[in-house]
Design a binder for this molecule. Sequence first.
Ligand code: AP5
Length: 237
Amino acid sequence: MGLAPAVQGDNAASLRIKPGPILLLGAPGVGKGTQAKELMARWGIPQISTGDLLRDNRDHGTALGLEAKQIMAQGKLVPDELVNQMVAERLKLPDTFDGYILDGYPRTLGQAHWLDGHIGTVPRALPVIAISIRVSYTQLLRRITGRRNCPVCGSIYNIYLQPPKVDELCDLDGTPLARRSDDTEEVLEERMRTYGLLTAPVVEHYRALGRFEEVDGEQPVNEVAAGVMAAVARLRG
Ligand code: AP5
């Protein structure tokens, strides 16, 4: 089953709010990309996934992609200057003016400080709100090793938890599904180490700023989505 928008119709009050910049934080595989697609469907604001942007650069063989390729394969982080520059370019596009969802960014305190400073320079920008999704390691392992993506439309599946109707084919366009090269148990261990060392302090940074909520990600997608929407509504209320 694909990940169609799960929460249409409920929480109607949240439709009236202006979402502004939303950060989705959390360890590899907690469901940031899945929930970003739910938020996009709700508010029509873009998902900006630094992982997707880097993979796109890698697949097109750009200078940035060539530099990022090995780093990503090892589960380490691409240098802040490169990622910040990529995000700065993306945030210039007009589809971000009413809000956007940052998925997988910021991932270091350096990136967080850059983003906070950048938003401070944008006239009438709403302050960022941050939502951190929590999931146990056992569940993350299943989510990462079972994940499949449609290379054409970007739909996310999981062979254990969110399977397509026909094995290994996208429900929406029938394209054969792909597996990410970093979705192995070995690389996940390194991604988790990197997360604990460099990204967990970012969660604490936004918790301390106060416009922050944590959501239990270990529930069905639509229940997590309802929790995320409710958190956005409270933080923007
Ligand atoms: P990135 O692509 O951002 O990977 P990640 O943070 O490790 O997160 P994932 O994309 O793996 O998981 P997700 O939380 O989006 O989960 P998803 O929704 O897909 O980064 C990759 C690499 O790029 C990094 O390692 C780094 O090298 C580099 N990079 C990226 N950003 C960077 C930055 N800012 N700075 C420096 N380097 C950077 O869901 C996972 C699975 O679970 C799916 O199969 C899905 O179907 C399933 N699932 C989701 N929710 C549920 C649910 N509620 N119930 C059951 N199954 C579910």
